[in-house]
Design a protein around this ligand. Structure first.
Ligand code: HGY
Ligand code: MN
Ligand code: MN
Length: 418
């Protein structure tokens, strides 16, 4: 086998048709009829089927596959030398209205890098690894990035296994049910470096007509579930002055959150994504309203201000409406800065491949923000058409997928040759 140092690998390029075929085959699992998207909520049968497909591809490529106690899967390609691998990866679980690229690109681009090297008979000096982490979305089982958080020791396995999902299921029982309660040690071994390629999921690269994002940071994330309890009553007979209407408190809070984000200005964002009334009937003043609030900002101080002001408004509104509130923190991650050296390699690699590139923050959370706790880490973004994501219409052109995956290939080879 030719070692990378002997072969000038600069002309190596990935096979976009092969990558596109894998993306399509994986997207067919949990496909959302009439769309290009897919639904594979974490630890569901669809997630299991997607996992099995990717693990089979890993075996086909001769990777050594390990599964840990939270169901993270790592496929490792031996290098000329032993030692910690240069790792890439992402997630293959999706939201309920998922696109085919969110997460999936980062994992399948890693398999494409491996197959490109195997086909060229190139063995990197360091081992390479491709990972997919459990429950990155956090949509069924909060918090998001659960698998990578446990991988880096940010949450004990027992605590993670005990998490109850929005449907009442438990992480541990679901992992066992789908056969991914593995035995590889946790926390996982720290790689030499970690690089994640991911669709931007926002409008910036497309608007600026740039092909590659060299991602420098991930903004802070704050998820809270709020349960407002009032008094169910007759919608027709109860005067407005006598109501204890949790539905009013929840919807007033949602309106306040939006106004707060507009006042604080970009990049502050606020989202009430889930809201449920009980008994949820047309002629009943609700007894209870449960909703989630997702607040994010690149600046931790401003994010804390947003949290404080939202909590103050919620408490005052509930009190004046004669309702009580209970809050549960579902996720809270401070902003993360990636390793400038790795960001520089991504940026320089994109330029050397002839692609336009710009440095930027990530609005979305990613497994890379957890891996940054244990090794030098950065991300590669590719444009999202119309900035759409968490929507089956999510789309990135084959040319941009190819560019992003070639940047991943050569970034990993540079790191593997160090
Ligand atoms: O919520 C997020 O930012 C990611 O999609 N898990
Ligand atoms: Mn993602
Ligand atoms: Mn996502």
């Amino acid at each position: 086998m030719t070692s990378v140092s002997e072969l000038s690998y600069s002309e190596l390029r990935i096979d976009i048709d092969r990558l596109s075929r894998r993306l399509a085959e994986l997207a067919a699992i949990g496909a959302i009829e009439g769309t290009e998207g897919c639904a594979r909520l974490a630890l569901t049968d669809e997630d299991k089927a997607g996992r099995d497909l990717v693990v089979n591809w890993m075996h086909d490529l001769g990777l050594e596959v390990t599964i840990d106690g939270i169901g993270n899967v790592v496929g490792t390609m031996a290098g000329q030398n032993a030692g910690p691998p240069v790792m890439c990866g992402s997630h293959i679980d999706t939201v309920r209205t998922g696109g085919r690229y969110d997460g999936n690109l980062g994992v399948l681009a890693g398999l494409e890098v491996v197959e490109t090297l195997l086909t060229a008979g190139v063995t990197p000096a360091r081992p390479l690894a491709v990972a997919f982490f459990t429950d990155e979305e956090g949509a069924r089982f909060p918090p998001d990035m659960l698998g990578s958080l446990v991988y880096v020791g940010g949450m004990a396995l027992e605590e993670a296994l005990d998490i109850t999902g929005i449907d009442g299921a438990r992480v541990g029982a679901e992992l066992q049910r789908i056969g991914y309660d593995g035995s590889a040690p946790l926390p996982g071994a720290a790689p030499y470096a970690f690089v994640e390629v991911h669709v931007e999921q926002g409008p910036v690269l497309e608007v600026e007509n740039i092909t590659i994002g060299a991602v420098e940071s991930v903004q802070g994330i704050s998820w809270t579930e709020v349960t407002v309890t009032g008094q169910s009553n007759h919608a027709g007979t109860t005067p407005m002055s006598l109501r204890k209407d949790p539905g009013f408190v929840a919807t007033a809070a949602a309106t306040f959150a939006r106004e707060l984000a507009m006042e604080l200005g970009h990049p502050q964002v606020a989202t009430v994504g889930r809201i449920e009334f009980f008994p949820n009937l047309v002629n009943v003043v609700p007894a209870r309203a449960t909703f989630t609030i997702d607040l994010r900002n690149t600046d931790e101080e401003v994010l804390q201000e947003a949290e404080r002001r939202f909590a103050t408004f919620l408490a005052a509104t509930a009190q004046s409406e004669g309702c009580t509130i209970e809050t549960t923190i579902l996720a809270r991650f401070e902003p993360v800065l990636f390793d400038p050296r790795i960001v520089d390699i991504v940026h320089g690699t994109a330029q050397s491949l002839g692609h336009s590139v710009q440095r930027m923050p990530s609005g979305a959370g990613h497994d890379a923000q957890m891996m940054a706790r244990v090794c030098p880490t950065a991300m590669v973004f590719t444009p999202s058409v119309n900035g759409i994501s968490h929507n089956p219409a999510e789309y990135t052109s084959p040319e941009d997928l190819e560019a992003g995956t070639n940047v991943l290939l050569h970034t990993m080879l540079t790191l593997a040759a160090e």
